[in-house]
Design a protein around this ligand. Structure first.
Ligand SMILES: [Zn+2]
Length: 339
């Protein structure tokens, strides 16, 4: 299986992070990439640089207002007297039915869901290359590869059509799914990250051509809190095309695999032509977020179960944070998928 990744993706280096009101180092560190590259290579995967696909594939799922905001916000932020080194909002519209502000501070609040996605000079470029890695992996699958892996960093599944959040700027999994729609009449996205893929759900919530399925720690007391509950099933034409499987905190391999059976059964009933796996490795028992207790061999079993669907598959990296086994967990998943 080929891996797609560009060096530019490592330049985004967020510093700030607020957790329960306390300032902490941002966990979405560039070093994640080094561990994941080692993990991909250990699985026998060669690393390929994606092409520059331009803004087209990104604009297929994100609004022009949002893309323009991300393109220029760092420079605009720096022009404000007393502004912080990174773009971090301090005010958010409690409902999104007000007016769109003209200034940088107001727009940052409008387009950034939380404080976990600070924007620096390198962020937009890194996010574009991350998205292009997803596009390149998708192109490989469209041209006949059974599966391809996009080492996307920064990650994407918390990004909505016009909102960044949770370390995410462009929704790489959604971009891959939309690209697959060029030839696939139906595409399923299976999100196995520790956190609910709220941005992905939001992008496809009213659509019946992309089924969104997410396994994650119960959001009642866990990020992203407001989404990921079992009663969120889609709306309008998309009603019945969103399936959330929240798991009790600290659930291990057995509970995860049992929920995965339900997810796979739903995907089979949708009869998709292609699959996107939003691969978070933060469900790991040793991940710093500590939400679930999947083991390294567990990731191999999860991959084997997904591979049995027999679908052309784009695997898109989402979360998974610095711990000794981060690379091993990716190796376990990629080798399990190919076995
Ligand atoms: Zn996550």
């Amino acid at each position: 299986m080929k891996t797609f990744y560009a060096e530019e993706q490592k330049r985004h280096d967020p510093k700030a992070f607020l957790s329960m009101g306390a300032q902490k180092p941002n966990p979405e560190q560039p070093e994640r990439v080094e561990r994941l590259l080692l993990g991909a290579r250990a699985a026998g995967s060669a690393i390929h640089r994606p092409a520059n696909y331009g803004l087209g594939p990104i604009a297929a799922v994100h609004t022009p207002e949002y893309i323009e905001f991300l393109t220029h916000i760092f420079e605009r932020w720096q022009r404000m007297e007393g502004a912080s080194a990174e773009v971090i909002p301090n005010i958010h519209p409690f409902a999104r039915n007000g007016s769109y502000p003209a200034g940088a501070a107001g727009q940052a609040g409008y387009h950034m869901a939380d404080t976990a996605c600070p924007i620096s000079a390198e962020t937009f470029d890194s996010a574009c290359w991350s998205a292009w890695s997803a596009v390149a992996a998708t192109e490989a699958v469209l041209s006949g590869e059974p599966a391809a892996y996009a080492l996307c960093r920064p990650p994407g599944h918390h990004a909505f059509a016009d909102v960044a959040g949770g370390f995410c700027f462009f929704n790489n999994s959604a971009i891959a799914a939309q690209r697959l729609r060029a030839t696939a009449s139906r595409v399923a996205i299976l999100d196995v990250d520790l956190h609910h893929g709220n941005g992905t759900q939001g992008i496809f919530y009213a659509r019946s051509d992309v089924l969104t399925v997410s396994l994650h720690a119960d959001p009642s007391r866990f990020y992203p809190f407001f989404w990921g509950h079992a009663d969120e099933r889609g709306e309008g034409a998309g009603l019945g095309y969103n399936y959330n499987l929240p798991l009790p905190r600290k659930s291990g391999d057995a509970e995860f695999l049992e929920a995965l059976d339900h997810a796979i059964s739903r995907i089979q009933a949708f009869a998709p032509d292609a699959l996107v796996v939003a691969l978070g490795l933060d469900a790991f028992e040793g991940d710093p977020f500590g939400g679930l207790s999947v083991t390294t061999p567990g990731f191999s079993l999860i991959a084997q179960a997904i591979a049995r669907l027999g679908l052309p598959t784009v695997i898109v990296q989402e979360g998974g944070y610095l711990c000794d086994a981060l690379g091993d967990n990716l190796t376990a998943f990629l080798t399990g998928f190919a076995s």
